[in-house]
Each structure stands twice: as C-alpha cells, then as structure tokens.
Design a protein around this ligand. Structure first.
Ligand code: GAP
Length: 446
C-alpha cells in the first residue's frame, strides 16, 4: 500500500513535470534526476523560504556561497579522506555491491542469494581533475558537505562581519557523494543539495551549555519541518543517534526521520560538532581561526551546532505529505470521482493560481489573458483554455494550485470571475479588478 504511494508520486512527478529521470534519452544515469518546470519552482520556493527564515530575518546569521571544489588539504584536515566511508560488501557470485549496514549480510546477496564477501570501507568522496595535467597533484574532490566551506571562511567572515558569539553562517549548495547504493527516487542520489547552518557558540563549560543551543535548534528544525506541510507528530520520529553510528566529528546527533513510503528514513540531522573543524583547520593551515572575545580579549576556538537540511529530501517529504486522494463530484455530471490533490502549503505550491476561460472564444480569452498577465507580475500563474473545465480543475488539483480563477460569459456582464479554492472546492464570485488583492491577501494569511 505504502510502496504504491511511492509509485503514484513517481508517476505524478514525471507526468506533471516535477522530476524527470536524468539523461533519459540516453537510458538515464544511475539514479540521477532532473527537476522539471514545476519541480524547479518547488525547489526555489523551499530554498528561498529557508534563506528568508534562517538568514535574512535573523540578526545572528549571515550567508555564504563557497566553491564546490576546494583544496584537498581541506578534506585531509576535516577527516573526510580517511573517515568518510560506508561499509561495502560484494557478492562473490554476481559481484553486485551493497552497503553492509543496510542489508542483513547473514542472509546472503539480496539479488542472487550468493555468499557475500568481507565488508570493506568504501570512501564516498567523488574525485575529478583540475587543469590539463593527469598527475596526482591535479586531483581534487567535489565537496561531500557544504559545511567545510563555512569553516574555512571563518576568519574572512569574522574580519568582515564583526559577529559576536553566538552567531551562525548558513549556506545552500550542491554536495556530492559516491553512494554505494543510491535509490528511492530523489531520496539518495550522488548529486544533491544541502541547506546547512554552522551555529558558533562559546566554549561550553558544562554539557547543559551546548545542550541548550542544541535543544533550541531542535525546536527550530521541527517548526521548519511543519511549515512544509508535514504532520510532525505523526510523520516525524526523532532518533538519538548512538555513538557508534555518528559521523566522525559528532558528539551528539539527532536525526529527524520521516515516514517515507519505503520506511522511516533520515530527513534532516542536527549535530554537535564541538570545536573539531575549526581546531583542525586552524592547526593544519596555520591560519588564525580563533575567536577573540571582545570583552575579555580571550582567544579560543568556538564550538558549533549544525542543523543540516537536504533540499531533495525536503521536496520528497513535502510531496508525500501533500499527496491526497479524495472522492469528489464531477463538475459536469455531478457524479463522484477520485480527485488527486497535492495539498501543498500555499507558499510552497509551484503554481499559485490558474486562470481558466470557460471557452476558447476570443471575448473570454482576451479578458482571461489580460488578468493572467496582470497576476503574473506578483504570482506564478498558469493559463489554460484546453479541455473541459472539470478536467482543468483536476489538472490544477494534481499539481497543488491553491486557486483557480474562471472567466465565464457572465464575467463579460458583471465584470466578476469565479475563484475556486483547491481544498474546500468552494467557489466565490469576485470582481475582476479585485482578484489580485484577493489572492495576495490569502497568500499573506498563511
Ligand atoms: N554537514 C553534515 C552532513 O552533511 P549528513 O547527515 O551526512 O550531514 C545532511 O547530510 C543532509 O543531507 C541529510 O540529512 C540529508 O537531508 C541530505 N543528504 C545526505 N546524503 C544525501 C544523498 N545521498 N542524497 C540526498 N540527500 C542527502
């Protein structure tokens, strides 16, 4: 049943232009995905809302956009070259490879039942070369997390921004991991985007000092998750990650697991990284990455709390939570049919309003096009004049458009249009001249 939901979402995503298989005309490329016209809107809405909420509206936060390719010394100092690995097991019979911690190795190969070899540590850093030479010195790595760009720019930010503790630096950008088994649609891919915060705090004297910040960010993250339309109480499980499963830098990690159709899996993470990163980069590079207390003059490496959010996993969770099937009367005959509605929160919906003239006749379409053009200055608007009005409503429901505006023959007389609400399906007659303010008001309310 639940897997069935995943199939439905996958099919809707492809059919309606949210997500396409990557390089599809050449047979695809190992679980890579492209975001289509609606998917890119969803993605942009998520990134813009995150930036607004966590960076722009907060006096204690600044932003950064660091390079994806960084000096290899960064990855030596951060520990990624030695420790960023997953256990890999290979079937001695069919030679398929699996993540040792994700399968029951004692059951043998999940594909052919053959014997599995010993687990080896497989480093997930993705390598490439810079410049025209082929030697070892030209090798560089794609970043596996955006976080390191923040740590290596700590001094630059301190020199230019005069921030005092506690303060944070946020960044949105691509990260790359040579995952052994990517899969589950956009859940685990080798190229993905992260939205990360490194929140620097004074050196804690007691556990409670850093735990208070940790708990603060835990609440902030839950509020953000709920803003995606996720029912936090029902769909999220907070998992205190045991020491043996934590990343090499973490002293405490809480994973926010979402009930995906394929099981409860990590949506986001919150980690206490101590002073691991700044200290290692300071000592390895020789740069002064210490913070100088403006009052006492004391110099020290601040500690850091790291809330981290995956963009694609945000999209997948939002799509799973929004997907609804309900019984509804058909517009034409009054019979019942199943309507599929993506009940995205209004701010997240890719298309905010659809303008639909009842017929293609010029007298209606000219009024409707004029209205759509005017609305487009402020909202992402769709214009559709093909097929029956009932089919057009269903099409908009399926992509989560909160409002449909219909221009009919009465509109030519009374200068009004019908606005239909996606969730209640209630219809209201509103003067065409007031439609823009009517809609903008409703988007403000959310
Ligand atoms: N800087 C800390 C860090 O990178 P992580 O738990 O390894 O921590 C952070 O990754 C987030 O990035 C995850 O919670 C998830 O949302 C996303 N993420 C990680 N690997 C991913 C992958 N292969 N595909 C898609 N998203 C991924």
């Amino acid at each position: 049943m639940e897997i069935d939901l995943m199939d439905k979402i996958l099919s809707l995503a492809k059919r309606r232009g949210f997500v396409f298989p990557g390089s599809e005309i050449y047979g695809g490329l190992q679980n890579s995905w492209d975001f289509g016209p609606l998917g890119v809107e969803l993605k942009r809405n998520i990134k813009a809302a995150w930036w607004d909420r966590f960076i722009r509206r907060r006096p204690d936060m600044v932003g950064l956009d660091a390079s994806i390719l960084m000096n290899t010394k960064v990855w030596e100092a951060s520990g990624h070259l030695k420790k960023f690995s997953d256990p890999l097991v290979e079937c001695v019979k069919c030679h398929k490879r699996f993540r040792g911690d994700r399968i029951k190795t004692e059951d043998g190969c999940p594909e052919c039942g053959g014997k599995l070899g010993e687990a080896k540590q497989f480093n997930m850093m993705l390598k490439t070369r810079l410049g025209a030479t082929e030697d070892k010195a030209s090798e560089v790595y794609f970043r596996p997390e955006t976080a390191q760009g923040i740590f290596v720019n700590f001094k630059n930010i301190m020199d230019t921004e005069r921030m005092s503790l506690p303060f944070g630096v946020g960044q949105i950008g691509k990260a790359f991991r040579n995952e052994i088994t990517p899969g589950n649609f956009i859940f685990r891919t080798r190229e993905f985007e992260q939205m990360e915060i490194e929140y620097f705090i004074p050196v804690p004297e007691k556990d409670k000092d850093w735990n208070n910040y940790f708990e603060y960010w835990r609440k902030e993250m839950l509020e953000w998750i709920s803003s995606l339309g996720v029912d936090v109480k029902k769909e999220i499980r907070e998992l205190e990650v045991p020491e043996k499963d934590r990343a090499h830098y973490s002293k405490r990690t809480v994973d926010f697991e979402y009930a995906f159709p394929f099981g409860e899996e990590e949506l986001y993470g919150l980690a206490y990284r101590g002073d691991f990163d700044l200290k290692n980069h300071g000592e390895t590079s020789g740069a002064d990455l210490k913070y100088k207390d403006p009052v006492s003059g004391e110099e020290f490496y601040p500690h850091v709390i790291e809330p981290t959010f995956g963009v694609e996993r945000s999209i997948l969770a939002a799509m799973c939570s929004a997907y609804t099937e309900e019984s509804a009367p058909t517009a034409e005959k009054g019979e019942e049919e199943t309507r599929v509605v993506m009940k995205f929160p209004k701010w997240l919906a890719p298309v905010k309003a659809a303008v639909l003239p009842l017929s293609k006749k010029e007298e209606l379409s000219s009024v409707a096009k004029k209205l759509a053009d005017d609305l487009r200055n402020d909202l992402f608007v769709d214009y559709d004049e093909t097929q029956s009005i009932g089919k057009r409503y269903r099409r908009q429901d399926e992509i989560g458009t909160p409002y449909c505006v219909t221009i009919d023959f009465d509109s030519l007389e009374d200068k009004k249009a019908t606005i239909r609400d996606r969730d209640t399906m209630k219809q209201e007659r509103v003067a065409i001249a007031e439609i823009k303010s009517y809609l903008l008001e409703r988007f403000k309310e959310q």
